[in-house]
Ligand binder design. Structure first.
Ligand code: TXA
Ligand code: MG
Length: 356
C-alpha cells in the first residue's frame, strides 16, 4: 500500500558516547534497505532515509506531514563523501569544513544529478551536513550511503531534543528510533548558501554569524529577512516550532519587558487562564511569588545564549504537556547562537514580536 505510513517501531536506548555496535549495525541495515530511522545529532534528532530510495524519501514527507516543497538536508559522515552529492565544491566550503565540521553547519552546493530530485524538492542544489554526534557519525559510516534527514518531529511541532520527543511524535510511523538522551546544541544547524555570489545565511543556527565572519570575513550575508514574510530556505516560510498555545515574543530590556508582561498577565490571572513565561535567570519575576496559574521557565542566563538554545524546544513542548493556554517569551540578545533562539521564538510567535 503506497500511502501507508504506519510501522512497528523498534526503540533502542543507545549510549551517546559509545554507541552499541549491534544497534548501529541494525539501524544501518534498516536505512540501507529503505527503512526510516530516527537518530540523535548534536543539534536535534533527525529522521533519516537512504537518499537512493526515492520512495523512502517520499515517506519521510508523509510521515512528518511535511510540505512537498521543503527540501531535506543530506547527512554524510565524512568530507570524502561530498563529491558523491555535490557537482562542484567551492574553496569556501573547504575552508569552513576545516574549521567547523563535523558540527552544526549545513552548506548548500550545486546538486549532482545522481541525487534524486525528491531529496531537494526539485531544486538544483543540495544541503550538506556532517554531524558531530557519535551516534550519527557511527550510523552514517556504517550505512555508507548519504542519508536525507529532516528534524524528527511532526511538521510544525518544536524539533525534538530528547528521545522521548521523537517517540511522542513518530512511534508507530517509522521503523526505528535510536534514543540517546538529550542532544547538545538544542537548535538546528545553521544553513549557509554557497551557490550565490556571497555566502548567505538562510537559517541561523548552531554556528553563529560572528563565527562564520571570523573565517570568511564580512562577505557573509545575514539578511534581515530571516523571517516569516520573505523566506529564504523554503522551510522558513511555515509556522513552525510552534506550541499549541499562542506565543507572544517581547524584545527589549529585560526589566521593561517583564513590566509589560506583568501588565498583560493581570487579565489572564483574572480569567484563570494557564500562562507560561519563558525568561532568563536574571529575571526579577523569577524572584517573585507568582499566581498558581502562571508557570515560569528559565531558559538560562541571558549572557549565555547556548543555555537558551539547549532548553528552548523542551520548554515549548512542556507548555503543550502542561496545557498552557498562552505563552509570553522574553527574547534573548541577538548575538551568537542567541540569533538562532530569537529566530525560532519569532517563528513560534508567527511573527508577533512586541518591541519595548
Ligand atoms: O540541525 C539540523 O539541521 C537538523 C538535524 C537533524 O540535522 N535538521 C534539520 O532539517 O533541521 P529540517 O528539514 O528540519 O530543516 C532543513 C532546512 C529547511 O529550512 C529547508 O528548507 C532548508 O534546510 N534546506 C534544505 N535543503 C535546501 C536547499 N537545497 N536550498 C535551500 N534550503 C534548503
Ligand atoms: Mg525541521
Amino acid at each position: 500500500m503506497a500511502t501507508r505510513t504506519d510501522a512497528t517501531t523498534k526503540i533502542f536506548r543507545v549510549n551517546p558516547d559509545q554507541p552499541e555496535a549491534n544497534y548501529i549495525e541494525e539501524a544501518a541495515r534498516v536505512l540501507r534497505d529503505g527503512g526510516l530511522v530516527a537518530f540523535p545529532t548534536e543539534t536535534v534528532y533527525g529522521l533519516g532515509a537512504n537518499i537512493y530510495r526515492p520512495e523512502s524519501i517520499k515517506r519521510i514527507y508523509r510521515v512528518k506531514g511535511r510540505p512537498g516543497d521543503n527540501p531535506l538536508i543530506v547527512h554524510l559522515y565524512s568530507i570524502e563523501q561530498v563529491p558523491e552529492v555535490a557537482e562542484t565544491i567551492p574553496d569556501s566550503f573547504r575552508i569552513l569544513a576545516d574549521r567547523f565540521l563535523p558540527g552544526p553547519l549545513t552548506m548548500i552546493l550545486p546538486k549532482k544529478q545522481s541525487v534524486p530530485a525528491v531529496v531537494s524538492a526539485g531544486l538544483s542544489t543540495v544541503a550538506i551536513r556532517i554531524p558531530a554526534h557519535p551516534v550519527a557519525v557511527k550510523l552514517l559510516a556504517e550505512a555508507a550511503v548519504p542519508v536525507a534527514a529532516p528534524s524528527a518531529n511532526l511538521s510544525g511541532r518544536p524539533s525534538p531534543t530528547l528521545g522521548s520527543h521523537v517517540i511522542d511524535d513518530l512511534q508507530g510511523r517509522v521503523e526505528m528510533i535510536l534514543d540517546a538522551g538529550p542532544t547538545g546544541v538544542g537548535v538546528e544547524s545553521t544553513v549557509l548558501d554557497l551557490t550565490g555570489e556571497r555566502p548567505r545565511i538562510l537559517r541561523p543556527g548552531g554556528i553563529s554569524l560572528e563565527m562564520l565572519r571570523e573565517v570568511l570575513g564580512d562577505t557573509v550575508e545575514a539578511p534581515e529577512t530571516l523571517d516569516v514574510e520573505r523566506p529564504l530556505a523554503p522551510g522558513m516560510k511555515y509556522r513552525h516550532y510552534a506550541p499549541k498555545a499562542p506565543l507572544l515574543l517581547f524584545h527589549g530590556e529585560l526589566s521593561a519587558v517583564e513590566e509589560e508582561i506583568c501588565k498583560r498577565l493581570a487579565s489572564q490571572v483574572e480569567a484563570e487562564e494557564k500562562v507560561a513565561i519563558l525568561t532568563f535567570t536574571e529575571s526579577e519575576l523569577a524572584k517573585q511569588e507568582l499566581p498558581t496559574n502562571v508557570i515560569l521557565y528559565s531558559l538560562g542566563s541571558k549572557a549565555r545564549p547556548e543555555e537558551a538554545a539547549h532548553n528552548l524546544f523542551r520548554y515549548l513542548r512542556l507548555c503543550d504537556q502542561e496545557g498552557v493556554e498562552r505563552i509570553y517569551a522574553v527574547a534573548p540578545p541577538r548575538q551568537g547562537v542567541g540569533e538562532a533562539v530569537y529566530n525560532r521564538l519569532r517563528k513560534a510567535a508567527g511573527g508577533n514580536v512586541v518591541e519595548i
